[in-house]
Design a protein around this ligand. Structure first.
Ligand SMILES: [Zn+2]
Length: 323
């Protein structure tokens, strides 16, 4: 068992080991996995294995190549990330990749090119990569990391073998955080974080739990004061960025479920009181409409930087009052 990997990664890893052992690795792998699964750890381990000079199905940890990987100086290993966090991966970065792909390895072994997050490639960057993927250079392994395969051009997707993280159960997450972090986590924190173990960990360790409680409480007060307290909700949402909007979207979805008489499978399974109260207070058609417009607003904010968030969020809150 590869101890550097997370317990939920063993299945995929064993299948990759099979591909390595039988020399059937595709030249490009697309890891369609959320970063909350620890996908970079899996890909780093895969890369360590391919670069290791012993050419086994685990990195030996002792050879010159393993040493260079450890010190972050391996000349055949290239992680391509946006030069500024949250921004795009440029066509120049991909052109540089294409040159590396054609070079020969410094150690007569594989060259690794890892692109994360691949959905951040601009269209021209993606097209530049496509040319290389169509005529793959020998001994060059591409790995693309993306949250979902649908975020990539279909032509790129079809050139890669797509791998997904098998579902991770709440039991596995509870056991892992109990063992490694001595954390006792709630079922709600797991559903709220999409069953992503690293997101659940961050929820507890980065004070997000308190921020979540505060946002719910602000929203509850705002609705119950006929929207006199919108600024607290807006400020809190701006601070939390997309995560806060995601929590609010789950909340509205839970309220809709309650209004439809569905009392199981709520994301906010520990917030029965607030959901009951809001389900009575806000008309069902308003909740439905606001839920849809919130999700549209999230997409808009994620796609375009530089929008006036404060204005858009305030407008959205006032739409609860209706025309
Ligand atoms: Zn080695």
């Amino acid at each position: 068992m590869a101890t550097k990997l997370y317990p939920w990664q063993q299945d995929v890893w064993q299948q990759w080991q099979q591909l390595i052992a039988t020399d059937r690795l595709p030249h490009a792998i697309l890891c369609a996995m959320s970063d909350g699964t620890g996908r970079d750890v899996l890909v780093q381990y895969f890369s360590d294995t391919l670069l290791c000079l012993t050419q086994g199905t685990e990195p030996c940890g002792f050879c010159h190549s393993c040493g260079l990987v450890e010190s972050g100086n391996h000349p055949d290993l290239h992680w391509i990330r946006p030069e500024v966090e949250g921004k795009s991966i440029s066509v120049d970065q991909i052109r540089q990749c294409n040159l590396w792909a054609l070079e020969s390895s410094q150690f007569n072994a594989k060259r690794m090119i890892i692109i994360e997050p691949a959905e951040k490639m601009t269209e021209s960057a993606a097209n530049a990569l496509l040319k290389t993927l169509e005529a793959p250079p020998k001994n060059c392994q591409f790995v693309l990391l993306a949250n979902s395969p649908h975020h990539l051009l279909p032509t790129i997707r079809s050139r890669c073998q797509v791998w997904q993280q098998p579902e991770i159960s709440s039991e596995v997450i509870e056991a892992w955080l109990g063992e490694t972090e001595k954390l006792k986590v709630s079922k709600q924190s797991i559903t709220l974080n999409g069953y992503l173990p690293l997101a659940v960990k961050s929820f507890y360790q980065d004070k997000k739990q308190a921020a979540h409680q505060q946002l719910l409480s602000y929203f509850d007060t705002c609705v119950n004061s006929s929207f006199c307290h919108t600024s607290e909700v807006v400020k809190s949402l701006i601070k939390l960025d997309d995560e806060g909007l995601c929590w609010l979207s789950y909340l509205l979805s839970d309220i809709q479920k309650r209004q439809l008489g569905i009392i199981t499978d709520w994301v906010h399974c520990d917030e029965k009181e607030i959901i009951e109260r809001l389900a009575i207070r806000i008309p069902a058609n308003t909740i439905y409409k606001q839920y849809l417009s919130l999700n549209a607003l999230r997409q808009q904010l994620n796609a375009h930087s530089g929008l006036n968030k404060e204005l858009l969020l305030t407008q959205w809150l006032f739409e609860f009052i209706g025309e």
